[in-house]
Ligand binder design. Sequence first.
Ligand code: DX5
Ligand code: ZN
Length: 228
Amino acid sequence: MPRLRLAPSILTADFARLGDEVASVAPYADWFHLDVMDGHYVDNLTFGPATVEAVRRSCDLPIHVHLMIEDPDAYASRFADAGANRISFHPEVTNDVAGTIEVIKQAGAGAGIAIHPDVEPAAATAHLGDIEVVLMMTVRPGFGGQDFLEFVVPKIAEVASRVQKSGSPADIEVDGGVKLARVAEVVEAGAAIIVAGSAVFDGVDAPAAARRMRERLDELNARTSENG
Ligand code: DX5
Ligand code: ZN
């Protein structure tokens, strides 16, 4: 099993103190997960490349930009230039998935495919040779703080098994409603990267919450290395 990694999502962070919020959880994190919404693919608006660039300046961790937008081809290079190491998009927005993957790679980022809970994972598994990450969504995209959708768990396991059989190095990242009590379940299904939005930026004590998530992942890492 690949080492388990934590990717805080800043969606519920305090944007008035974004740099401090990012720096406060960075010691416990492996990635930052940044949710870009355009008001078309989802009924919400978040932020653009300038905010990605601000996060880039606030920490040294890699950044995964999750595009919930209708035209990823038009914006990929702006997010890559702002500091995105990986860029994921939803395949149902394009009729040329391979073309969008290529646009992202040409922009200098690793490509990922995000799977909406109501979309068949084949949209990602058909491209495993060309992507770095499959982002399995366990909430319907649009907002932080929603309830985890249990029915996606078998799909995570199915995608994990396809990734393994294909020999692809793609990471399985799970995104949406993952609280501390859910971590073991999604890891068991095959997740390697855990996105945590409101579980970390909980409005109480983000560094303490990030530390608890980190400890849970480290326990699970230790358990699998003991088992061989
Ligand atoms: C939802 C986003 C998620 C989400 C994570 O559209 O893609 O990244 O904000 O936040 P929580 O963990 O609160 O669901
Ligand atoms: Zn996301």
